[in-house]
Every structure is written in C-alpha cells, then in structure tokens.
Design a protein around this ligand. Structure first.
Ligand SMILES: *Cc1c(COP(=O)(O)O)cnc(C)c1O
Length: 400
C-alpha cells in the first residue's frame, strides 16, 4: 500500500487521518461480487464496519445491498442510494421509532432476534396497514473460534433466537397477520479464519430450514451473515480475501432449493485492508526496559486494540521512504542505523489501554516520523470517539 510516492503525498497533511486506497477497495469489491455472482448469491455490506461516504458509494456502485444494525444505518443506506429492497435490518434492540422508520421505507427484511420483537413488529406494521417481511435470526450454537467479544453464535450470546424457542416462533408467526415469513438468518461472529466454522454453520442452516419446512413454512431466504476474516499479519501479501473459496463452501455444503435465495452480510472482508490509520510520532521516551513511541493517534481514532486486544501491523513509513532512497545510493555505509529497535507504540489518551502494540520492531524512530496502523478499514473510523475532546477524524483518499 505504501511506497515513497504515496508517502510523499502525506507531507503537508494534518495527522492523524485514515488513508483510503480506493483502487484496492474497488478491486476487493469486484472480486467479491464476481465470486458471489457465480453462485447467484446476494451480498449485503455491513454498514457498521465502515460508513464513510466514499466507501459506501463504491459499495453501492458495485451493486451490493446494505446490512444495517440501527435505524441510523437504515437511514444512511437510503440516503446514499442503496435500493430499499436490498436493505436488511438486524439488531437485538430495535426501538419502535427504528422499526417504524424501516416500515415506512419498505425495506427488504427485518432480521428478528426475539419472539417479543416479532409481536412488536406485527403490531407496528398493523397500525400502518403494512406487512413486514421478517427473517428469523437463529442462534446456531456454532463456535466461531474468534475473540470472545466478537463471537455471537453461542447459546450464551445475546444475539438471535435459541433453538428451544423455535416452536414458540412458529406459533407466533402463524398468529401474526402483519408479518410475512421470508426465511432464516444467522451470523456467528467476526474475523473467522477457520473455514470449518462456515461448514458447521451450513449444516445447522440445513437442519433449521428443514425444521420450518416440516411445519409448512417455506423458507425463501437463507441469510448466512458475514464474518469472513482478513489477514492482519500480512496486509500486503493477502490484501484481498479468498472470496472464491469462501462462497464455494456455501455452494457445496448448503442444501439450496430451487427458488431459494442465499444472502450474505460481509463487512470486514470488504473494507479492512483498504485503509490505514496514519499518525505522526510526537515523542520518543526511553524507559529502563522499554522505549515508547508516542503517536498523535489514540484509541479515540482506532479502538480495536483497546477493545478487543486486536493486532494491527505497525510500520514506520517515513523510514520506508528513507530506506528506498538509501538503497538507490550505492555509497551508503550507514545501514547499521536501520537495525530494528523494540518499541511500545502508544497514543496520547489518558488510559493505559491506549496502546497499539508492545515490543514492536521498527527502525530507529524519531519525532515527526509517520506511522501507519494497517488493516484499519473495518471497525476503525466508525468507532472514533470524542473522548478527551479529540477532534473529528480526518481522511485522505488515494485519488486526492
Ligand atoms: C457485524 C455484522 C455483520 C458483519 O460482520 P463482519 O465480520 O464484518 O463480516 C453481518 N451481520 C450482522 C448481523 C452483523 O451484526
């Protein structure tokens, strides 16, 4: 993502900012769309991973739908021009106002997460003399083998309806006249790297659709959610996830009937690699056992390390520039200066968890150097906060 030319465009830019490689974003979107189209699969982009306007326009332009988890996201999706008929709305705690807004806009489907929510949507739809299309979010009790904060598909999680409540669900659906049962929905977690998780999910989906069909309730939609992971360790080598293999698992293991639609909700896999958080080194502090690099970005700009102990590759991209100049210079005898030093890279926020990485090996780093926190396009900018009265986050795009 970074070379001397790209880094030189940052020279007069105020830091910190999110840098977007729009070419990589478009390539990623195209590869995903192509791989999904091959199986006639529908993909909705999870807005919660990134709702930057340029990102959303690119996603929309490629023909993706929108996966929303709040009324605000439904509104945003409509504003940027997503087809209302391609908007799905999940969330364990939809308010009446959010449900009404979605009803007024005739979205494609509510992914419903409790029996009580079914009754509320039925009542609100009735008051508008409308029929709401619903998919039942089922908690499949499949372990995503990911960080416990981003696991959503186990019995103990708050998401979805547990299988023992399904008889009550089918009874409720039969008595609620303002609901149309579309199908079933699942989402087992995020940053899933073990493809066996998706195979287990397929098996669960097959069982569940059979359960409904046996009760005379045709399942038109199988929505298997998102969760495909990205390579945080090797952002340049694996810039684009293997969408082909991912979709093939569902084509191979799902029991897809004719006239049934298969829907996906991908967030991270589509946007994580296209952006890095760029920050400037403010100070170097040498401790007894540690050297600290204090940068001008903190957990207020990128919360994932503080929130999930997430790893982001950290690069001194000013050194990258200097080194490439040096390598051109055959006379250079100062290569020993480049032997790496171990640093803890921390932000300016008054929290000990405001730390981006411990014992990170980097070339000798100085005040004013630019630091890139890689793979920050998903769940980065969207989680920025004003804590410590920090200014609003800025962005720079590759075409600027
Ligand atoms: C967050 C979320 C997604 C997207 O997850 P990724 O791991 O970013 O692909 C999809 N569906 C639902 C319901 C979600 O909450």
């Amino acid at each position: 993502m970074f070379n001397e030319r790209v880094v030189s465009t940052f020279d007069n830019k105020e830091t910190p900012f999110y840098y977007y490689d729009l070419k990589l974003l478009n390539q990623t979107l195209s590869e995903c769309k192509l791989a999904a189209d091959e199986h006639h699969f529908y993909v909705h982009f999870a807005l919660k991973s990134n709702f930057n306007d340029k990102v959303l326009s690119a996603v929309k332009a490629k023909g993706f739908g929108a996966d929303c988890v709040s009324g605000g996201e439904v509104k945003k999706a409509i504003e940027v021009g997503f087809d209302k008929n391609q908007i799905v709305f999940a969330g364990v705690g939809k308010s009446d106002a959010e449900i009404n807004f979605a009803l007024d806009n005739d979205i494609f489907a509510f992914n419903v997460e409790s029996v009580q929510e079914l009754e509320v949507i039925d009542e609100l739809a009735g008051a508008k003399s409308k029929k709401a299309s619903v998919a039942i979010r089922i908690n499949p009790n499949v372990d995503a083998h990911t960080h416990h904060y981003i696991t959503t598909g186990l019995d103990e999680n708050k998401f979805g309806i547990n299988s023992w409540d399904l008889p009550l669900v089918s009874e409720t659906l039969k008595k609620c006249k303002n609901l149309e049962f579309l199908g079933i929905h699942f989402h087992v977690g995020s940053q899933i790297m073990d493809m066996n998780v998706f195979k287990s999910l397929c098996i669960k989906v097959n069982e569940m659709q059979q359960w409904f069909e046996e009760r005379g309730m045709p399942v038109k939609i199988l929505n298997v959610g998102g969760g495909l992971g990205v390579d945080y360790q090797n952002p340049d080598e694996n810039a684009i996830p293997d969408f082909k293999s991912y979709f093939k698992i569902f084509a191979d293991f799902l029991n897809i009937k004719t006239h049934q639609e298969v829907h996906f909700e991908l967030g991270r896999a589509l946007v994580a690699q296209c952006s890095s958080l760029i920050s400037k080194v403010l100070y170097i502090k040498n401790g007894i056992k540690k050297n600290f690099v204090i940068i001008d970005a903190g957990m207020t700009e990128l919360m994932r390390p503080a929130l999930y102990q997430a790893y982001h590759q950290i690069e001194n991209i000013s050194k990258l520039k200097v080194e490439s100049q040096k390598s051109k210079d055959a006379e250079s005898h100062i290569s020993h200066l480049n032997s790496p030093i171990s640093y803890d890279v921390v932000g300016p926020i008054c929290e000990s968890s405001d730390c981006f990485g411990k014992e990170i090996e980097m070339p000798e780093t100085k005040r004013g150097d630019l630091i890139a926190l890689r793979t920050a396009g998903a769940y980065g900018e969207v989680m920025a906060s004003a804590y410590n009265l920090r200014p609003a986050i800025r962005h720079v795009y590759s075409e600027d």
